[in-house]
Ligand binder design. Sequence first.
Ligand code: GLU
Length: 446
Amino acid sequence: MSYVDEVLELVKKKNASEPEFLQAVTEVLNSLRPVVEANEELYRKNAILERITEPDRQILFRVPWVDDNGQVQVNRGFRVQFNNAIGPYKGGLRLHPSVNLGIIKFLGFEQIFKNSLTSLPIGGGKGGSDFDPKGKSDREIMAFCQSFMTELSKYIGADVDVPAGDIGTGAREIGFMFGQYKRIKGSFEGVLTGKGLTYGGSLARTEATGYGLLYLTQELMKCHGESMEQKIVTVSGAGNVAIYATQKAQQMGAKVVTCSDSTGWIYDPEGIDVALLKEVKEVKRARLTEYAAARKSAEYHEAKDGSVWQIPCDIALPCATQNELLIDDAKKLVANGCKAVCEGANMPTTIDATEYLQNNGVWFVGGKAANAGGVATSALEMSQNSERLSWTFEEVDAKLQGIMVNIYHNIDDAAKRYGMEGNYVAGANIAGFEKVVNAMLAQGVV
Ligand code: GLU
């Protein structure tokens, strides 16, 4: 049996109840086959694949907090510190009822390769809780965040592990967590990223994941002799990534015609009104029905009535959550002539849907490369905190653009080096993996 197959068997046996983690590991290890075959003896002897698929540590804890009725609630908190070969653990905190250990492990595993691709010194980690922020008062959110950080603060630090936002964790939550960390430790340090601008946050961090996605997509199109001008783009999601992806796509001259949330989706043939979407989602924290009510050109569909992927487009940008673009969606995209799919979310496309898109000539860039702009800008926030300076929006944005263009060429080159031209999924996994493995080998058996 090949080394990759042996380790896949082992990982399946050890983590049988974690389908998302197994999906992420299967995708990565399968695409690394040519690299592993070329270095089989060295990697086997050093148990590289066994080590890279086993987190350094997994921290699970109770998060008790009191709701507005005086009732004590209990959630489960997680932080998985996966790999710190190239820098302190870095990755977001997801607050969503679906969160469990397998989901945090899949996200932490992906983060190792994504963070490596940014070319900045950050390792891979992820955390979160099954707490549902939806419908909670500001006081309840604060109570949860303070309790969560009271325990998490024991395990993180500016040179150790630097969490950030993810689904359900935005500026408000990061603010409450930062305040509690500072109170417990008595130390003002860059322990979280995505902070507010008045206390160490970076300009352009809010926009970074969505903007970065478009900088990479634009480079992909350019290298295939195309531009973003007049392209019809479908976006899923209506959170931070989707909003700023839509804004940047429109600045580039494309027309974004969809968005979605957990209950339904919008088709707006006139183009999504970003200011209205921000008002509904960021200010009112309301449902997309409010968007439809305020805009004549918009059609609202319930989630059970299809998805944004049935709308014909040139470029599809899944920006919602894992496993939201399935094989039937991939078939519709291909049938409607979609040219490119770039992932703004983490693992939104299932393995069979990815393969279908690739086999039918769609340029497909996975989240580890395409959505790396968020965490890259987090690393830029860490740099600014270390030098106690703040850069201008233009400086950060220019660095972000450079990083995303560089990622595209790195993954394109890595795929070509192993005879897989145009397979950007393999290219991303290979380029991300090579740097981490070099660092692991240099640092010995740790
Ligand atoms: N949660 C984001 C991601 O999936 C950002 C992480 C960070 O900024 O540390 O990459």
